[in-house]
Design a protein around this ligand. Structure first.
Ligand code: S3P
Length: 163
């Protein structure tokens, strides 16, 4: 198996599902946000604050680049990583891309109060625009799973059926 990349908006469950999926498929699990935090020695929130968003996006791009030489990983990505066309192309070349599609209402219900996610601090209209824009790129994924009101087990089952 090459790699499996999980993409989708903040709060779509990429890390939770990714970990479970890796266990089931006997693959290695990696969370790109955690990798970046480890390498930079600071939180995503502080990277955004101190170095800016474009610096963070470059770190994400480099992490995805590394997967051209790796296989057997389930990769959980940050919400913006899979919304970039170049990243999408690279991921599709190096594995299967699965979009966990969550409604904006559900995102706000799950993590609307999370102060550690810089982009969730945007005014609602801007967040909605970002959400709609990102969906256009997310939809280029190989597999599309609607995750609203489903349990992790139901989501996993749907993923197996589509792999
Ligand atoms: C981001 C999502 C976050 C994290 C960063 C930026 C985004 O990851 O990478 O705060 O641009 O949507 P999650 O999707 O895991 O929240």
């Amino acid at each position: 198996m090459k790699n499996i990349f999980l993409i989708g908006f903040m709060g779509s469950g990429k890390s939770t599902i990714g970990r479970l999926l890796a266990e089931k498929l006997n693959m290695k699990f990696i969370d790109i946000d955690k990798e970046i935090e480890k390498k930079e020695g600071k939180s995503i929130k502080d990277i955004f604050k101190e170095k800016g968003e474009s610096y963070f996006r470059e770190l994400e791009r480099k992490e995805i680049e590394l997967f051209s030489e790796k296989s057997g990983y389930v990769v959980s990505t940050g919400g913006g990583l899979g919304a970039n066309k170049d990243n999408m192309e690279k991921m599709k070349k190096n594995g299967i891309v699965i979009w966990l599609d969550v409604s904006l209402e559900e995102v706000l219900k799950r993590c609307g109060n999370d102060k550690n996610r810089p982009l969730l601090q945007l005014p609602f209209e801007e967040l909605k625009k970002l959400y709609e824009e990102r969906k256009k790129i997310y939809s280029l994924a190989d597999i599309h799973i609607n995750v609203n009101s489903k349990t992790p087990q139901e989501i996993l089952k749907e993923i197996y059926e589509n792999l």
